[in-house]
Design a protein around this ligand. Sequence first.
Ligand code: CA
Length: 226
Amino acid sequence: MRVLVVEDEKKVAAAVRRGMEAEGFAVDVALTGTDGKWFATQNEYDVIVLDIMLPGINGFKLCAQLRDLGIWTPILMLTAKDGDLDEAEALDTGADDFLRKPFSYVVLVARIRALLRRSSLGEVSLSYEVGDLTLDPNSRRCARAGQDIHLTAKEFAVLEFLMRRPGDVVGKLEILDNVWDFAFEGDPNIVEVYIGYLRKKIDEPFDRKSIETVRGAGYRLVPSRE
Ligand code: CA
């Protein structure tokens, strides 16, 4: 899951980034409305967290401009305390939800997950099942044949991305784009490394081969039999 945070208060932006990365989200931060617009039009995000008072373009204007450009990514707007007017205007400009500052990080993550659930329009209930492998992003649990498997945040995110499209060939770069953030400049082979970690956890102990390598194309998650 890839999230764009547009927030000019560096401390808030950094805290949000740290927290969300710990949950396995890939996070890009823009410190001005102008940068936010650039990011939002250059990349595909699952959610945009948007502050209102921003240098460059303010949050209301940016939200309206993105909608005008046909960008329908769910937007969670950050409003000021007692900002009832802000909230009405936020929804009016096309935001999907708002959150009052100061907010607790736990509430932010819960709201983002709720937005993702709403936007995945019938794309299952945001709990995934492929064969006897299950993944529940809300409780952060993964299990095979009912047996809990502990995954790190990044492993979880890679597997979640594969589980959203079972049976499809998913490209290495696609995984990289969705799980690692824009600033990632390391070796794209990091994806292979994580696929290796996942195989050691979700396949090998159960004598399965559910993550297939499709040469030159990527990976495919299949329901693997015992
Ligand atoms: Ca601000």
